[in-house]
Design a binder for this molecule. Structure first.
Ligand code: A2P
Length: 276
């Protein structure tokens, strides 16, 4: 049993012991609303790239305060990575944003989720549609060899309010393209399959507008030189806010794609990004 090192003053009053504590190894702040961090991985934890787990901290009442977080690192990584919003009055993230290397968080080692390869039928082109921290499961899947074994092309669209909010994803994709370990794991040239399509809605950038609109008016297809989305060739994973997911489901169904699940794979899958 590991001793939990509390992050808050209030929790410091009594030092609790918890069986599911993991140690923070790295924290990166991207904007005043976004940060990512890495923690140790329980030796027994097995998961599929794209799944989520419950993580959190001890609340002031001494009880665990847990939320669902997509694991942003791939299944083969020694550590676990998470990408989080900071909500100043959010019960969890108001505290979680202050974690430092050496602190401990709670991690329940029961991974689940539908943004997994198992929930999709075979296809030729895979689309990842993310808004905000909905990029997290794709940060995992973009480093997963199966993604490139299964598909000829991987299109990642990430919609954020401003340019700074795209940075975690932009940097990650840049790093992936140069990663020698990944090239060894996946095969030389795998990165040529990645088509990155970053979009902002509230700040000037090379591509502006909501992805839903850009799909509807065909801008995305014209920009990428793709004929369109078809159930014969295209598969999609969607992760963002509730409203985004609802609109994207309608868009996907409009292209003739059906929603899949672990028990019933089909052409697209959706999951809500954690926003609190
Ligand atoms: P917008 O600026 O037009 O609201 P948030 O930071 O609120 O989670 O939003 C992340 C990004 O997702 C923003 O760029 C936002 O655009 C966009 N977004 C939110 N809802 C939708 C939706 N229903 N369809 C498409 N994009 C959306």
């Amino acid at each position: 049993m590991t001793e939990m090192r509390p992050v808050t003053q209030a929790a410091a009053k009594k030092v609790p012991t918890l069986p599911d504590a993991q140690t923070v190894t790295r924290v990166e702040h991207w904007t005043d609303r976004l940060f990512s961090f890495r923690v140790t991985r329980p030796a027994s934890l097995r998961f599929r790239s794209g799944e989520f787990v419950m993580i959190g901290l001890l609340g002031d009442n001494g009880k665990p305060l847990l939320r669902a977080y997509s694991i942003a690192s791939p299944a083969w990584d020694d550590e676990l990575e998470f990408y989080s919003i900071k909500v100043q009055d959010g019960p969890l993230t108001s505290k979680l944003q202050h974690i430092q290397p050496g602190d401990q968080i709670i991690l329940r080692p029961k991974p689940v989720g539908t943004l997994v390869h198992d929930a999709l039928l075979p296809g030729k082109r895979l689309w990842f549609f993310a808004t905000g921290t909905g990029f997290a499961p794709f940060a995992s899947l973009l480093r997963e060899p199966e993604t490139y074994e299964n598909y000829d092309e991987v299109v990642i669209t990430h919609t954020c309010r401003d340019v700074a909010e795209l940075e975690y994803g932009r940097r990650l994709i840049e790093d992936i393209r140069q990663d020698e370990l990944l090239a060894e794991l996946i095969g030389e040239g795998f990165a040529d399959k990645i088509r990155y399509y970053p979009i902002t809605t509230r700040e000037e950038s090379p591509k502006m507008g909501r992805i839903t609109t850009l799909l509807k008016d065909g801008t995305v297809f014209a920009d990428l030189g793709i004929d369109g989305i078809s159930p014969d060739t295209d598969r999609a994973m969607v992760c963002g806010s509730l409203g985004f997911n609802v609109d994207m489901k309608e868009a996907m169904e409009g292209f003739g794609l059906r929603e899949g699940a672990n028990s019933d794979p089909a052409e697209y899958v959706v999951e809500k990004a954690f926003v609190g």
